[in-house]
Design a protein around this ligand. Structure first.
Ligand SMILES: [Fe+2]
Length: 444
């Protein structure tokens, strides 16, 4: 039972709930989603008698094991379970399709009763807090990340009826993130490399904000300024909520009409921020408006030749591009962090502010946190923090020469000349959240 199986199960449960909500029972769409759910449940439970998915303290646990990546990636599902008063789902080895359908219907809130017995049982809670919680060694930073996801979800909902965005909690949210950036700079940078399979905008926004906070701290802004910058970075892509989702997720080359839609998002975002209420909204609106304008002002929208873009916009652009380059999308592969940094450097002076690029590169180092590196021995190392000097990084061996996963790796100083290949998380089957959670790796 691998991590992928758990993720596939949660993903298909999410789809089944939404399809059962949208279509009547027996409709091909809901039947297809339920078939998928039956298949992923079968894979998850293959060869075992029973398993329990527990929900506690903003995290999912599969039996006793914390699922750090899934806790963040399926945040919406966690909230749904919470709303429906669920804290555990016990599944027998071979759940019936009928019971799975009942579970999906219950979650979709279509008036069905709590599935009480059968192959799926709810709220049996076989594990208590002391069984589970001690494994969540890095829970603070994960809490800050999930609070940010909740905040963005709320903002998106507030924008649904053409109203302004409710950004009143933006400062509080960013202060939580900043706290972690100051307390655990390495882990924060590492968590900023979190990627998900389905959602994009929210995670991208939080990653961009975490990176911007790190830059703000490095260039000596005062705490109030750093928070203003972080709010701007967190809200920079808000306008994308008003661009049709089919265009945002379009898997091919965009035509002119689609591009015209995409190019509306800076304006849309700035307007929504200004129309809403919240501290620091003017600067945040400016960042949203300017984040694609480019350093040489050749980008969009045209912001006039009135001199420089705001400092916070210039920082946000770098962090935005870096996170986008390192993320896999429907239409492109992700770049390894070190390759993305090279691309950032190539944009220096034209697209990007050269002074800020230099600072960004020096903060992230030769192999940024989250990099996965094949060494000359055949082992795979994950970078967890910048090194003592420019030629080394703090890393942990996560896969041995024999291809075995190392469950709680120790960190060591890795010299850059031992690296033979840059790898991607999907090549290796590792995710940032699990790395952060691994106690030996949490080096601050
Ligand atoms: Fe954007």
């Amino acid at each position: 039972m691998g991590e992928q199986a758990t993720s596939d199960f949660l993903g298909s449960l999410r789809r089944a709930v939404s399809n059962v909500h949208l279509y009547p029972r027996g409709h091909p769409q809901s039947e297809l989603a339920l078939d998928m759910l039956a298949e992923t449940t079968g894979t998850l439970t293959a060869g075992i008698d029973a398993l329990v998915l527990s929900m506690m303290d903003n995290a999912f646990y599969l039996d006793r094991t914390l699922l750090p990546q899934e806790s963040l990636e399926y945040r919406d599902l966690y909230r749904l379970f919470q709303d429906r008063g669920l804290d555990s789902i016990s599944i027998d080895g071979r759940p019936s399709t009928g019971d799975l359908a009942e579970l999906a219907a219950f979650l979709a809130n279509d008036g069905s009763d709590v599935p009480a017995d059968g192959t799926i049982r709810l709220n049996e809670r076989p594990y208590n807090r002391s069984d589970l919680v001690k494994l969540a060694s890095m829970s603070q930073i994960r809490h800050s990340y999930t609070a940010s996801l909740d905040f963005l979800q709320g903002v998106a909902e507030s924008m649904a009826d053409e109203a302004g965005a409710d950004i009143s909690d933006a400062v509080w949210t960013v202060e939580k993130l900043l706290e972690q950036v100051l307390l655990q700079p390495g882990a924060s940078l590492l968590l900023s490399t979190l990627k998900t399979h389905d959602e994009y905008t929210f995670y991208h926004s939080i990653n961009t904000s975490l990176l911007a906070l790190t830059v703000g701290q490095a260039i000596g802004l005062n705490p109030d300024q750093i928070v203003e910058l972080g709010v701007g970075a967190l809200l920079h892509d808000l306008g994308k909520i008003r661009v049709p989702i089919e265009i945002i997720q379009y898997p091919g080359r965009l035509d002119d009409a689609m591009w015209a839609e995409i190019k509306r998002h800076p304006h849309e975002g700035a307007q929504a921020i200004l129309a809403g209420s919240g501290q620091g909204q003017e600067i945040a609106a400016l960042v949203a408006l300017e984040h694609h304008a480019r350093y040489d002002l050749a980008g969009y929208p045209e912001v006039g030749r009135r001199g420089k873009l705001h400092l916070y916009s210039r920082i946000t652009t770098i962090c935005d591009i870096y996170d986008a380059l390192t993320t896999r999308r429907a239409y492109k592969r992700a770049m390894p962090p070190a390759t993305a940094l090279k691309t950032i450097v190539e944009g220096s002076g034209t697209q990007l502010d050269p002074d800020l690029v230099q600072i960004f590169v020096s903060i992230l180092g030769i192999f940024p946190a989250g990099s996965l590196l094949r060494l000359e021995t055949g082992e795979v190392a994950a970078v967890v923090a910048p090194g003592r000097d420019a030629e080394s990084v703090k890393a942990a061996i996560v896969i041995t020469t024999d291809g075995e996963r190392v469950s709680s790796p120790d960190t060591f100083d890795l010299s850059a000349d031992r690296v033979v290949e840059l790898l991607l998380p999907e090549d290796v089957g590792l995710d940032a959240a699990s790395l952060v959670e691994s106690s030996h790796v949490a080096t601050g």
